[in-house]
Design a protein around this ligand. Structure first.
Ligand code: ZN
Length: 309
């Protein structure tokens, strides 16, 4: 089965500022790692810009207009305390969301087995009407609702192993029994949501917060004992992954102790569920990861497992 890699040079033109951890160098590190000979079989695709009809499945028209009107002609503008945009940010954000929709199209039609979107800005903190935490549009939620809206899949799941809780995705999925959100994340940590008691209106949200300094054992136990069984019971028709690599031991923004092989493991486990319930249909997208070497190695482990799956 073919694995697709979606990206676009525009995603490197989003410049949050010289000291900002969510830097263009992150994308370069991931793409450099995926240029190694063992990734020669990856099929590389240009991410198209998301159409407005794809964005409005998740974000109100007024929010979309606010984002594009806030993009400065020169310099920077702040959307929230952590989320800064530059002249290239509008196109980067459209391509990041568009990558998810195009990847969903390719996997839904059987043109590929699965796909990874190497894009930025990331998305999982963005709420319907609120930019947050380096995120402008909620790329993974846009992909999930595109799988339903464009392809008729009824039950769509997102699993998020970024070290931060995907509050935006949770907020969008909360009231819909046919949308599943499962997350491991450090707690306490930004953004403060993601307690185990937060289970959605229909038990469709599964949060497994991990204490600081938790490592492979705690991560694999949370997945194996709680999130994967719940995901199997949900029986998704399509599975998306919010692949943040900032729970790595070397990451400067948080205190979990994951390693590269944990990312290969979780990918294999998620692919196994997808094979059982939805013909292996998986689309993954980059979220966080701020130590460039750890990010590159972790993304390579993740994509290598997607290719092997
Ligand atoms: Zn993160």
């Amino acid at each position: 089965m073919t694995t697709l890699l979606y990206s676009h040079p525009a995603c490197a033109e989003h410049e949050p500022g010289a000291m900002h951890p969510e830097s263009p160098a992150r994308l370069a590190a991931v793409l450099d790692a995926l240029a190694a000979p063992e990734f020669a079989a990856l099929v590389r695709c240009e991410a198209p810009p998301a159409a407005r009809e794809q964005l409005v499945r998740v974000h109100p028209e007024s929010y979309i207009d606010m984002v594009f009107e806030a993009i400065p002609d020169t310099g920077h503008a702040s959307l929230d305390a952590d989320t800064t945009v530059s002249p290239g940010s509008g196109e980067a954000a459209r391509r990041a969301a568009g990558a998810l929709c195009a990847a969903v199209d390719a996997v839904a039609t059987g043109a590929a087995g699965n796909a990874f979107c190497a894009v930025r800005p990331p998305g999982h903190h963005a709420e319907p009407s609120r930019p947050m935490g380096f995120c402008v549009f909620n790329n993974v939620a846009i992909g999930a609702l595109h799988a339903r809206g464009a392809h008729g899949y009824r039950r769509v799941a997102v699993v998020d192993f970024d070290v931060h809780h995907g509050n935006g995705t949770q907020a969008m999925f909360w009231d819909d029994p046919d949308l599943f959100f499962g997350s491991t994340h450090q707690m306490p940590l930004y953004p403060g949501t993601g307690a185990a008691e937060e289970q959605g209106a229909h038990g469709n949200i599964v949060n497994m917060p991990l204490a600081p300094m938790s490592g492979s054992g705690e991560f694999r136990a949370a997945l194996s004992q709680t999130i994967l069984p719940a995901l199997r019971r949900f029986e998704p028709d399509f599975l998306l992954i919010s692949a943040g690599f900032d729970a790595h031991a070397d990451d400067p923004l948080a205190g979990l102790q994951f390693h590269e092989d944990d990312y290969a493991w979780v990918t294999e486990e998620l692919l196994a569920v997808a094979r059982e319930s939805c013909g292996g249909r998986v689309v993954s997208t980059l979220e966080g990861g701020y130590n460039l070497a750890a990010l590159a190695a972790s993304a390579a482990a993740h994509v290598g497992a997607l290719m092997a799956g």
